[in-house]
Design a protein around this ligand. Structure first.
Ligand code: NAD
Ligand code: UD1
Length: 337
């Protein structure tokens, strides 16, 4: 069992992954600055796992702070979630996004290198496939055409990590390209807790279901898809978490760089998700067709062969479980964590 440093471990995907790491016997050390999360998430991780987690409230831009964490702990591998992730905000604040995500990663790499820790799993995104590749997305496709600064931070960090591996073959790096993570831990104690009006589909539907918002705006019904609404590869956050466990095991035992998709390989439309949520919550949810959202694409789903081959991993849960668990969470936490 290994000591894993989890950056951004108080966030949505990080908190669920910490629960899985602890359940499988790993020691977890979390670093987060709570810029998009709350201390309550740490209490919930402890409550679910019954285990203690070491925590540092440190900004990953603070190199001295990072060095202190590595001085005080023997860290075998890092899972790097910390980053800003709102696509629209990244268009308004590109400098803040490039600084936080890219400089933060550079600081982390420096602290790791100084402490001879050269194993990292990085949170990348399907957004790196841009708009020109055909679905399903395969890891070998070119990834140079993101559509916004957030997406470019992922493209650039992937490149930086590849260059690091070329410069020193001792590094072991997995770039995990997530598709659309939704759902919650079964307990209803952890889940996604966005600030303000949700930008993403699933948290918006959750808020309609608990009566916080009147209706869902469906962004376009004239795409070239079966029902005209956008199709995405939604993946249960607990499947994503188990994918991280596989990736950690992989970096602990291998060298070099691998990019790996984490998706289900199946597409669901906006209306499919809405109807599955209606089934989960047992009521009709209002929606209105709106104009398309700038930058959206019609289709996005993964080819999942590589994750299966490299990790022996595949997603277990379908859209119905994602909705049941998401409904459980929002009922128990109508105002977030
Ligand atoms: P999140 O915002 O819930 O979690 C990110 C965490 O990082 C937060 O707790 C935040 O406080 C922390 N953080 C941000 N900047 C920091 C800094 N400078 N120092 C210390 N902590 C910092 O987001 P999430 O949905 O859990 O996403 C985790 C990662 O996965 C992100 O890198 C995101 O870009 C990536 N990702 C997310 C999705 C998605 O749909 N949620 C899809 C693809 C990729
Ligand atoms: C977006 C980002 C992606 C990021 C992810 C999670 C782009 C191109 N992609 O993915 O980089 O990792 O968010 O932060 O920006 N929809 C509605 N009504 C809503 C919200 C969404 O109809 O109120 C539709 C969208 O048009 C889309 C689908 O629902 O067809 C999913 O949208 P969303 O949850 O925002 O995820 P993505 O756009 O796929």
């Amino acid at each position: 069992m290994a000591n894993i440093l989890v950056t951004g471990g108080a966030g949505f995907i990080g908190s669920h992954t910490c629960v899985e790491l602890l359940a499988s016997g790993h020691e977890v050390i979390i670093v987060d600055n709570f810029s998009n999360s709350k201390p309550e998430a740490l209490k919930r991780i402890k409550k679910i796992s019954g285990k203690d987690v070491k925590f540092y409230e440190t900004d990953i831009l603070d190199l001295d702070g990072l060095n202190k964490i590595f001085d005080e702990n023997r860290i075998d591998a890092v899972i790097h979630f910390a980053g800003l992730k709102a696509v629209g905000e990244s268009v308004q604040k590109p400098v803040e996004y490039y600084h936080n995500n890219i400089t933060g990663t550079l600081m982390l790499i420096q602290a790791m290198r100084a402490h001879d820790c050269k194993k990292i799993v990085f949170s990348s995104s399907a957004t790196v496939y841009g708009v020109d590749n055909p679905v399903p997305y395969v890891e070998t496709m070119p990834t140079h055409t993101a559509t916004n600064p957030y997406g470019y931070t992922k493209v650039m960090i992937e490149q930086i990590l590849r260059d690091v591996a070329v410069s020193d073959p001792e590094w072991s790096i997995v770039l995990l390209r997530y598709f659309n993570p939704i759902g919650s831990h079964k307990s209803g104690l952890l889940g996604e807790d966005p600030n303000g009006i949700p930008n993403n589909l699933f948290p918006y539907i959750q808020q309609v279901a608990i009566g916080k918002r009147e209706y869902l705006g469906v962004f376009g019904n004239d795409y070239d898809t079966p029902d005209g609404t956008g199709v995405r590869d939604y993946i249960h956050v607990m499947d994503l978490a188990s994918g991280h466990l596989c990736a950690v095991d992989y970096v602990l035992g291998h060298k070099g760089v691998e990019a790996v998709n984490l998706g289900t390989g199946k597409g669901s439309s906006v209306l499919d998700v809405l109807h599955a949520f209606e089934k989960a919550c047992g009521k009709k949810l209002a929606y209105k067709i709106m104009p398309r959202r700038a930058g959206d694409i019609a289709w996005c789903y993964a080819n999942t062969d590589k994750a299966k081959k490299l990790f022996g991993w595949e997603a277990k849960y379908g859209i119905d479980e994602m909705c049941t668990d998401g409904w459980n969470f929002i009922q128990k936490n109508p105002n977030g964590l």
